[in-house]
Design a protein around this ligand. Sequence first.
Ligand SMILES: Cc1ncc(COP(=O)(O)O)c(C=O)c1O
Length: 280
Amino acid sequence: METETVYLNGQYLPLADAKISVMDRGFLFGDGIYEVIPAYSGQLFRLEDHLERLDNSLKAIRLQNPHSHEQWRNLLTKLLKKDLDQSVYLQITRGVAPKRDHAFPQNVTPTVFAMVSGITPHADPDNGIKALSMEDSRWKLCHTKAITLLANVLLRQEAIDHDCAEALLFKDGYLTEGAASNVFAVIDGILVTPPKSSAILPGITRDVILEIARKNNIPCSEQAISTDDMKKASEIWITSSTREIIPVVELDSEKVADGKPGPLWKVFYKLFQEYKQSLR
Ligand SMILES: Cc1ncc(COP(=O)(O)O)c(C=O)c1O
C-alpha cells in the first residue's frame, strides 16, 4: 500500500513519521480548531467559504491565521490526487507550551496539520440512514469549528449503539443539527433548516443546498423546527462536506414517510452532483 503523505508544520511526510509533542495544547486542552474541505478531481470545493470559516474559528479562539488564503490553497493542493475525490482535514492548535497551564502561552508557534482521505457520496436511491433524536448536550460555541468534540463523539456513539448512523440534536424542544452534520426537513412541502446561530455550525454544504434551492425556485426557509414539526416531516436529510446529502429514512424507529429516500432528495442529489461536475 502506498504510504499516505501528510503535512505537519511546514513539512510533507509519511503519516507514520508525523509526530507532535504531548505538550501540544490540542492534546492537553483540545485548544484548537479544524476544517474539512472536499476536493473533487484535485479541485478544492468552495475553498474560499471554508477559509472564511477557518478565519472565523481562529478569531474565536484568538489565534492568528498562520497562512494567507493563497498559501493555504498551495499547501493543501499538494496533498491532493487529481484522479480522486478526497477530503482534506486541517487542524491548527495553539502549539506546544513549556508547561500545562490554562492561560495562553506566550510566543508559541501554532501546530498546523493536514491530511487527506477518500470521499464517497451516498448515491443509493433506495436506502437512507436511521437517526436518533437526542438532547443537544454541547456548549454555547457550536458555530466555532473547535477540535473539542467530546460531546459530539458521545452523541454519535450513542446513536450508533442504537443502530443509527446519526444523532439529531434538540435544544429546548428545537432542532439544532446532527452530531457531525446540518439537518434539513421537508415540512408541508417546504424545505426547511434551522437558522444560523451559535447553536449550529454554519455548514458549507448547507449554504450550497440553500443556494441550489433558491436558484431552482424550490421553496425553502431557514426557521426554527420543533420536535412536533419533525414528526410531520415527509423528508429529512443530513448534510456535510464528506457525506454530502444523506436521506434519513427512519427517526427514533419510526419511518419517515414511506421509509425510502424522498422525491426532493433525489432532485437535490442530482442538482448537487451537477454543481460538483461544473466545478471539476
Ligand atoms: C457539528 C457539525 N455541523 C455541521 C457540519 C456540516 O458542515 P459542512 O457542510 O461545512 O461540512 C459538520 C461537519 O462535519 C459538523 O461537524
